[in-house]
Design a protein around this ligand. Structure first.
Ligand code: BDP
Length: 662
C-alpha cells in the first residue's frame, strides 16, 4: 500500500538453503535477500562463492539457477538481485557471466543542507533535515537503509548526497560526521557516498583570500581538506563539481581553465582513490548560441585532464529538455572520459504530476550514433569504454527521491529510478523490457495470470512506452525547446521575456518565432552548431529536408508553410502534434480507469488524480503555444482539431498564480 516498497514487494516463504563460506555485512544481506525473496524450487540449495575469474569484473558475477560466483562481495549481492528478479519476472536463468556497463552508476541528489531539494518533487530530502539538525536518528538510518537496498537491487553503486549548487559547509566537521553516518549505512549495500563541491570553499570556509587553482595556498588548502575528509570517510567515492556555471564560482574567475580547476582537485584526492566528476554544463549570457558553448569550452581541453577526472555531460546540449539531440561532446572528447548525466526528476517533463516513462528518452540517447569513431559509435559505446580506452567510466542520474511515502511523488516515477539503474548496469537494455520487469515487480499479483497479462501488464506497458513521446507532443514537438514558464518549468511560457532578463533564460530566444517562420537556425548559415557533429550528421542536420523532423526547429528556422513529410505545412503539423499529445493523455486516462481492479485503491486513485492534472496541463500547453504562435502568422488551427478552451490572455495572466497541486 502506498508504494513505499517500490519494486521490492515480492516476499515469499518458499524455503531455500544458502551455502556461503565467507561472512561480511554485504554477504549477510545477500543471504537474507535470497531467503526472503526466493521464488525458485522449494528447498533448493544455492551456493554463493568468491572465485578467481578474469572474465568477471569487480561488480560482475556469474549466475546459474543454483549458484552465484563473483570476485567481490558486492558482485555476489548483485548476482542475488539478478537471480531474484529473474525468478520473480519469469525470465530464464542460464549459466551466464554478467558485468555492468559502467564502473560508477551514480545518483545525484540536488538536496540542500536545509532539507529542501532543488527541483525535488517527492518530498523533502532523505539526507538533510528541514530544521538543519545534524543528529542522526533511527528513522534516518532506516530510510537510508531502504534507499540503499533499493539502489543495490538495480545496480546503483554511488550517490552524491548534496546539491551541485553546493553549500561549502558540507565539507566542515559536523556535516562530515553526518556524511560518515550516511556512508556507513549505505556501504554494506555497495553504495558509495560522494559529495558536491563548491569551488569557493577555500575562501568561504577556509581563510584563504583566493581560489586561484594555481595558487599554492589553494592547492595546500585542498590537500589538507581532502586528507581531513578521507580520514573521516576513507572510502568516499569522490566529488562532483559545478563550476563557472549559472553563477557558481570556478577557476575562470581567475582566468584559469576548467582543466586547471579539475586537476587541482584530482591531485588532492588521488592519494585516497577518489574521482572528480567535472560538469560540462556551462554557458554564458554573452554568446550567441547556448547549445554550442559546452563543446567550445571543453574540446580544446581534451587530453589535458588527470586520469581520475571524468567530464559529466548532460544528455543534450542545452538542458534536460523533453527532446534534444545528443550533446556533441559525446564521442568527440577522445582522450578524456565522458559520462552521461540524465535527469530522473522530471523538472522539464511534468514533474511528479505527469506520467512520463523516461527510459525511452535515455535509450534514444544511448543508442544515438555519434560516428566519432566510425559507424556504430553510439553514445553508449563511446562512454562505457568499448570504443576508447578509459580508466574510469560512469553515468549519473539526477534523483527524484524524497520523503514521500512512495519516494518519488508519482507512483510511475519510481519506474524512472528503476530504469536509470537498469540502464546504468546494462546500457544496451530495451526500455520495453525494463518496463515489463518494473510492472511485474511493482504491481504483480500473487500469481501472473493470463488475465493479468492482457488486462493489466500489456496496456500499462503500452501507456508507459508512449508516454514520453506524448509529453514531447503536447509540450514541445518538432524540435521546439525551452518553452517553459519561468522558474517552475512546469507550464507553457513561450511569450515570457521581461525587458531586463538575460535573453538565454527566455523562451523567445529558443523559438525565434516571427511572422514568416519559427525555429533556431543552427545551420552553417546560422550559428553553425551543426558543425560540432561528426559527418554524416553535420550534413544531415544542416539540411531541413534530411534533418529528422523531430529536431527540425532545433536546427532550422523554417517558414510556417514549410512542407512536412506528411504533406502538411509546418503550422498544421504542429497543431496536429499538440492535439495528438492531448489525445494521448486522454487515452492514458482510459487505460488507467480500465485497470482499476488490478491495483490497490491508494495507488489507483493517486495515479488517476495525477492523470487528470496532466490532461489539464497538456491542454494548457496546446492552447497556450498554438494561440501564441497564431499572433505571428494569423493562420487558423485546422478545423478537425478541438478548439482551444483557454484564452491566451488568461493563460498569460495566470501564469504565475497557477501552481500545480502535487
Ligand atoms: C537546470 C536547473 C537548475 C540546476 C541546473 C544544473 O533548473 O536548478 O542547477 O540545471 O544542472 O536545469 O546545474
Amino acid at each position: 500500500q502506498g508504494g513505499h516498497e517500490l519494486w521490492l514487494r515480492n516476499k515469499t516463504s518458499v524455503p531455500v538453503s544458502v551455502v556461503c563460506a565467507e561472512t561480511s555485512p554485504t554477504l549477510s544481506i545477500a543471504v537474507q535477500e535470497l531467503k526472503d525473496g526466493w521464488h525458485g524450487k522449494a528447498n533448493a540449495s544455492v551456493t554463493l562463492s568468491i572465485v578467481n575469474d578474469d572474465a568477471i569484473k569487480p561488480d560482475g558475477f556469474r549466475i546459474s539457477a543454483a549458484s552465484i560466483r563473483a570476485t567481490t562481495h558486492n558482485g555476489i549481492l548483485y548476482g542475488v538481485y539478478e537471480l531474484l528478479r529473474r525468478q520473480q519476472t519469469g525470465q530464464s536463468i542460464t549459466d551466464e557471466r554478467i558485468n555492468p556497463s559502467y564502473k560508477a552508476r551514480i545518483l545525484n541528489h540536488w538536496d540542500n543542507l536545509n532539507g529542501t531539494i532543488e527541483h525535488g518533487f517527492g518530498g523533502p530530502s532523505i539526507f538533510w533535515h528541514r530544521d538543519n539538525s545534524l543528529a542522526v536518528s533511527d528513522k534516518d538510518r532506516l530510510i537510508w537503509k531502504e534507499y540503499a537496498r533499493a539502489n543495490a537491487s538495480i545496480g546503483i553503486n554511488g550517490t552524491v548526497i548534496n546539491n551541485v549548487n553546493a553549500n561549502p559547509l558540507v565539507l566542515t566537521k559536523d556535516y562530515l560526521e553526518r556524511v560518515k553516518a550516511i556512508a556507513g549505512v549505505l556501504r554494506p549495500y555497495g553504495v558509495k557516498t560522494y559529495l558536491s563541491i563548491n569551488w569557493a570553499a577555500p575562501k568561504t570556509i577556509g581563510k584563504i583570500s583566493t581560489t586561484d587553482p594555481l595558487a599554492d595556498s589553494v592547492i595546500n588548502w585542498w590537500k589538507a581538506k581532502m586528507k581531513e575528509i578521507y580520514t573521516v570517510i576513507p572510502d568516499l567515492g569522490g566529488f562532483v563539481v559545478k563550476a563557472n556555471s549559472e553563477g557558481q564560482p570556478g577557476p575562470q574567475d581567475y582566468g584559469r581553465s576548467h582543466a586547471d580547476g579539475a586537476n587541482l582537485l584530482a591531485d588532492a584526492v588521488k592519494p585516497f582513490g577518489g574521482i572528480i566528476m567535472w560538469r560540462a554544463f556551462v554557458y554564458q549570457p554573452n554568446e550567441k548560441d547556448r547549445a554550442k558553448q559546452a563543446y567550445n569550452e571543453f574540446m580544446p581541453l581534451d587530453g589535458k585532464f588527470r586520469d581520475n577526472v571524468i567530464i559529466q555531460v548532460k544528455n543534450g546540449p542545452v538542458d534536460f529538455q523533453p527532446r534534444e539531440p545528443f550533446s556533441p561532446l559525446f564521442g568527440a572528447m577522445k582522450q578524456t572520459p565522458v559520462m552521461p548525466e540524465f535527469q530522473i526528476t522530471q523538472e522539464y517533463l511534468g514533474q511528479s504530476i505527469h506520467l512520463v516513462y523516461l527510459s525511452t528518452m535515455w535509450e534514444e540517447l544511448l543508442q544515438s550514433d555519434t560516428y566519432q569513431a566510425g559507424k556504430g559509435s553510439t553514445v553508449a559505446r563511446v562512454t562505457d569504454g568499448s570504443v576508447y580506452p578509459q580508466k574510469i567510466s560512469a553515468i549519473a542520474g539526477v534523483a527524484n527521491i524524497g520523503l514521500d511515502t512512495n519516494w518519488c511523488g508519482h507512483d510511475f516515477a519510481q519506474a524512472n529510478w528503476y530504469a536509470f539503474g537498469r540502464l546504468a548496469w546494462n546500457n544496451r537494455l530495451k526500455s520495453e523490457q525494463i518496463a515489463d520487469e518494473w510492472i511485474r515487480l511493482t504491481f504483480s499479483p500473487e500469481t501472473n495470470t493470463t488475465a493479468w497479462n492482457t488486462g493489466f501488464l500489456a496496456p500499462v506497458k503500452q501507456m508507459m512506452m508512449d508516454s514520453r513521446e506524448a509529453c514531447v507532443n503536447y509540450m514541445m514537438p518538432l524540435g521546439l525547446h525551452h518553452q517553459f514558464s519561468a522558474n517552475d518549468h512546469y507550464g507553457p511560457g513561450a511569450w515570457w521575456a521581461p525587458a531586463r532578463m538575460r535573453s538565454d533564460w527566455t523562451p523567445p530566444y529558443y523559438h525565434k518565432a516571427e511572422p514568416n517562420g519559427v525555429g533556431f537556425d543552427r545551420t552553417t548559415k546560422g550559428t553553425n552548431a551543426v558543425s560540432q557533429y561528426h559527418e554524416p550528421l553535420a550534413s544531415l542536420f544542416n539540411n531541413p529536408n534530411t534533418c529528422p523532423e523531430n529536431l527540425l526547429l532545433w536546427f532550422h528556422h523554417v517558414s510556417w508553410d514549410f512542407k512536412m513529410k506528411s504533406g502538411r505545412t509546418l503550422w498544421q503539423e504542429m497543431c496536429y502534434k499538440y492535439d495528438k499529445g492531448v489525445q494521448q493523455v486522454r487515452g492514458f486516462q482510459k487505460t488507467w480507469d480500465k485497470v482499476e481492479s488490478y491495483v490497490d485503491s491508494t495507488r489507483f486513485r493517486s495515479v488517476q488524480r495525477k492523470l487528470r492534472s496532466q490532461l489539464t496541463n497538456a491542454i494548457l500547453w496546446k492552447d497556450g503555444i498554438l494561440q501564441y504562435f497564431q499572433t505571428f502568422h494569423h493562420q487558423p488551427i485546422p478545423f478537425d482539431i478541438e478548439r482551444p478552451v483557454n484564452n491566451l490572455d488568461e493563460i498569460i495572466a495566470n501564469e504565475f498564480a497557477r501552481r500545480p497541486s502535487r
